[in-house]
Design a protein around this ligand. Structure first.
Ligand SMILES: C[S@@+](CC[C@H](N)C(=O)[O-])C[C@H]1O[C@@H](n2cnc3c(N)ncnc32)[C@H](O)[C@@H]1O
Length: 381
């Protein structure tokens, strides 16, 4: 396979993580009041496969939705597999279609007194609900999907991981409310971090540190367990992102530790102290601090300001003051790894060698070690 095909295949594979109904319900229960009278758009979702669609169809009335719009992408490996599609599709391309479903009324069609999963099958028999083929491929960036986005109030889905930044940029551009799943690694990337700085995005309610489980296609060899006959994989770096209110982000982190230069050393290359956990932020320090990215899950913009991160291109306000191109990397036993110290430029580096992790050394025997990815913050009050 050519290199570019391989890259595309890898990227598509990363995008094939399908969200469990339980996880959607667990997060969505906190936002019910914000959905009343609103148009919800799930724009990366095959209605007969997506649990986002199922969740909103099932809760259409209890959430008081005005309309639910779902669009499906024709590149999806499962699109068209489960649904009998009521329009002509060439025999040799049964899956190669994209369609949209617009729901404005959900009734208890089978008369069992409850709106249950079975009723979803009947939704399209209601004249007020329309299933139609899209002109294009259902790409969230296509003009017809953008028209649907403009019509909607809140976008809720798990978008393709590989297009996350572009996906969020589009939501912000069209000033839409959103509640979406993404990778925690995106937190510190320039575009997403910039939104945190402007308080245009925050993490959701679900515990940020435990990761999430997703359905994956049968073809996946690596998976965690089987649930309802389907393969489930764990993604330890998943979390919810939203611009809807999340109470935790209005609460102050309780600070109780006292600053000492020994416990909170300054970085070798930044004018900031290192704090290893948000729990250890000293209550009596008002200068710049470097904290782990998990801080963002507790971040209250009234308590702290976000100045930057150690990610390249992300710390104009806290410039690095030293480069390590004339250092070399060593294993804990002193053996050289063959890498130059340039690889730790712009990390938060500390003048130390703990004897456990790799370190960097120069010709004068100066030794430094890098902390994990850090975010620079300062107290507001
Ligand atoms: C991570 S999966 C999640 C699917 C579903 N939202 C869920 O949570 O179960 C991302 C989905 O986005 C689809 N997708 C990939 N690229 C897309 C694009 N450019 N526009 C819209 N959907 C896309 C994929 O086919 C896949 O179904």
């Amino acid at each position: 396979m050519a290199r570019v095909d391989l890259t595309n295949a890898k990227r598509a594979k990363k995008d094939e993580f399908y969200t469990r109904l339980d996880d959607i319900a667990k997060e969505l229960k906190y936002y019910k009041p914000y959905f009343r009278g609103k148009v919800v758009f799930c724009n990366c979702d095959d209605p007969y496969e997506s649990n986002f669609f199922k969740f909103f169809a099932l809760n259409f009335n209890s959430f008081g939705l005005k309309k639910l719009i779902v669009t499906c992408y024709n590149g999806s490996p499962i699109a068209g597999n489960e649904l009998e599609i009521p329009f002509d599709v060439p025999d040799d391309e049964p899956k190669n279609i994209a369609y949209k479903l617009e729901i404005t009324e959900v009734n208890d069609y089978n008369g069992d007194g409850a709106v249950n999963l079975t009723d979803v099958q009947y939704l399209i028999q209601n004249d007020k609900n329309v299933l139609s083929q899209l002109h294009g491929n259902g790409d969230f960036r296509s003009s017809e999907c953008i028209e649907l986005l403009k019509e909607s109030d809140i976008v809720v889905t798990n978008p393709p991981f590989s297009l996350f930044r572009e996906y969020v940029a589009q939501l912000v551009h069209y000033q839409k409310h959103f509640l979406i799943i993404g990778n925690t690694n995106s937190l510190a990337c320039k575009e997403i971090f910039g939104l945190f700085q402007k308080d245009l995005i925050r993490t959701g309610h679900t515990n940020f540190n435990v990761g999430m489980y997703f359905y994956v296609p049968d073809s996946f060899e690596k998976f965690h367990h089987i649930e309802d006959g389907k393969k489930i994989a764990r993604v330890s770096t998943s979390c919810w992102y939203t611009n809807l209110p999340v109470s935790r982000h209005n609460e102050d982190i309780i600070l109780y530790k006292t600053y000492t230069p020994e416990e909170y050393p300054k970085y070798d290359n930044y004018d900031a102290i290192n704090v290893d956990s948000y729990r250890n932020i000293p209550c009596d320090y008002y200068g710049i601090m470097g904290v782990p990215i998990t801080f963002l899950d507790k971040f209250n913009p009234n308590q702290f300001e976000l100045l930057g991160s150690t990610q390249r291109g992300c710390h104009e306000l806290v410039p690095d003051t030293r480069k390590y191109d004339d250092y070399w990397e060593c294993k804990p036993n002193g053996e050289k790894t063959g890498s130059s110290g340039g690889k730790t430029n712009e990390n938060g580096n500390l003048l130390k060698n703990d004897g456990v992790h790799n370190y960097f050394e120069n010709a004068e025997g100066r030794q430094i070690q890098s902390a994990y990815s850090r975010i620079f913050i300062r107290r507001k009050r």
